[in-house]
Design a protein around this ligand. Sequence first.
Ligand code: IPE
Ligand code: IPE
Ligand code: MG
Length: 246
Amino acid sequence: MAIFKKKKEYTIDDIILPEHIGIIMDGNGRWAKKRGLPRSAGHSAGANNFRKIIRYCSDIGIKYLTMYAFSTENWKRPKDEVNSLMKLFKQYLEEALRDFKDDTIVLKFIGDTTAFSDDIQALMKDAVEGSKDRDGMVLNLAMNYGGRSELVMAAKNIANKVKRGEILPEDIDEKMISDNIYTAGQPDPDLIIRPSGEYRTSNFLLWQSAYSEYVIMDKLWPDFDFNDMNYALIEYAKRNRRFGGV
Ligand code: IPE
Ligand code: IPE
Ligand code: MG
């Protein structure tokens, strides 16, 4: 007689698709170091993987995908490294604009994009404008994004509304904060995946992730593939989301 009830084996058939997934694309530098390559080679491999994973998420029916590409703190890195990242952003945006006719993905940027060079900002604007009427997955690219600076921005917006007499301080509620951050109108992320094995948020979606399920994985971002994505989805299916209830 079995004393312990056998744990349910979860498989790909148990997947309940999250509506919104966030991914912290981490580990490019370590990936390069392991191969004796410069960090920029890791970013290049990471950018290629980004292209594959966004396609996969769109194909399996994810509605919202938020990819953390560059944080408000990443400007601290050596100039060379920042420059190589800017070059990759530019390449990706140019390519996205070229492939526009056949694509269904709606591209958005979250973060303070005014910090980028004029040519990158112009490409971002064209990409947003050119994809806004599509009906596919919404891809939020987090660029110069920080959860704290996002909340500072929301506080300033709301304070200005009070100052102009449009609202009273007592009107401020959680919905108003949600409506004044970059992801306004979108559902909160159900699942956040962090490759590279670090157990921290690194300032990603601080407000939005209050009840997100985190899956931390040891794989470095350039090695993170479809099987890893499926693993994260199966992990998510196992979670019992209570939202503070019972
Ligand atoms: C993530 O990889 C890419 C960015 C933060 C832009 P890292 O460059 O942080 O890689 P590790 O963490 O040093 O391995
Ligand atoms: C988080 O990774 C930012 C991105 C992946 C864009 P970092 O490598 O910057 O985070 P820390 O420094 O390990 O916390
Ligand atoms: Mg890192």
